[in-house]
Write a protein that binds this ligand. Structure first.
Ligand code: AP5
Ligand code: MG
Length: 215
């Protein structure tokens, strides 16, 4: 099963992806997290991606597609993948269709987590991310038991550089201009299921799991 978890920046893709991957034993492939790992490791790919990520823009398609193709070919994706943050452009969506068909697979479902823009800004400005494995918390909506420390692996929590208010606004406008056209693309393929993301985390999970069960 290959699921694309779709939605604007801060809608809860990472939060829900971490819960759904356990249930379905899928590999959670988060393009933003792979970029952040490269940035942390100081690789050439990381240096290139950082320029774009810091401005809130998309990393160019050729770089992003090659990175995800490489990741999808690894053996831990044999049960399928939960793709989070990829695809974000029509070229990426086409490339993904080709990659999956070469592996004898397809996109099985595209849950879209919808959240109003003003709520996205609140969510991203209060987000704290775990340094070790990317678990996410929110200072008001989903606080860690101990401030600054991850509940799951006790690593340090930090605020992402691209969560500054100005960069968040650019990211949201990039989403509407470059990524949102994919909503229609997947709706026309009959794969899209819209989920109300403007409710507590556990209610979003309940609706998401119900939508996936009917796939
Ligand atoms: P990426 O890391 O994917 O960032 P994003 O899409 O902006 O999404 P976020 O991770 O910010 O939000 P999320 O939806 O995962 O929400 P979360 O669960 O954390 O990408 C970063 C950058 O990398 C991009 O800007 C781009 O430059 C580059 N990039 C990545 N992929 C690319 C691609 N395919 N092509 C080109 N460039 C690419 O939740 C957010 C906060 O809200 C948390 O604090 C959480 O605790 C809280 N929260 C979650 N759910 C709820 C709820 N229901 N109620 C209240 N609070 C909630
Ligand atoms: Mg995320």
């Amino acid at each position: 099963m290959n699921i694309l978890i779709f939605g604007p920046n801060g809608s809860g893709k990472g939060t829900q992806g971490a819960l759904v991957k356990e249930k379905y034993k899928l590999d959670h492939i988060e393009s933003g997290a792979i970029f952040r790992k490269h940035i942390g490791g100081g690789t050439e790919l990381g240096k290139k991606a950082k320029e774009y990520i810091d401005r809130g823009e998309l990393v160019p398609d050729d770089v992003t597609i090659a990175m995800v193709r490489d990741r999808l070919q690894q053996p831990d994706t044999k049960n399928g993948a939960l793709l989070d943050g990829f695809p974000r452009t029509p070229a990426q969506a086409e490339a993904l269709g080709e990659m999956l068909s070469q592996l004898g697979a397809e996109v099985n479902g595209v849950p879209l987590i919808s959240v109003p823009d003003e709520e996205l800004v609140n969510r991203l400005s209060g987000r704290w991310t775990c340094r070790a494995r990317g678990h996410v918390f929110h200072e008001k909506f989903n606080p860690p038991q101990k401030p600054g420390v991850c509940d799951f692996d006790q690593s340090e929590l930090y605020q992402r550089d691209d969560d500054r208010a100005e960069t968040v606004r650019t990211r949201i406008s990039v989403y509407w201009n470059q990524t949102a056209p994919l909503i229609d693309y997947y709706r026309k393929c009959g794969k899209l299921v819209e989920i109300d993301g403007n409710q507590p985390i556990e209610c979003v999970t309940r609706d998401l799991l119900a939508a996936l069960q009917s796939e």
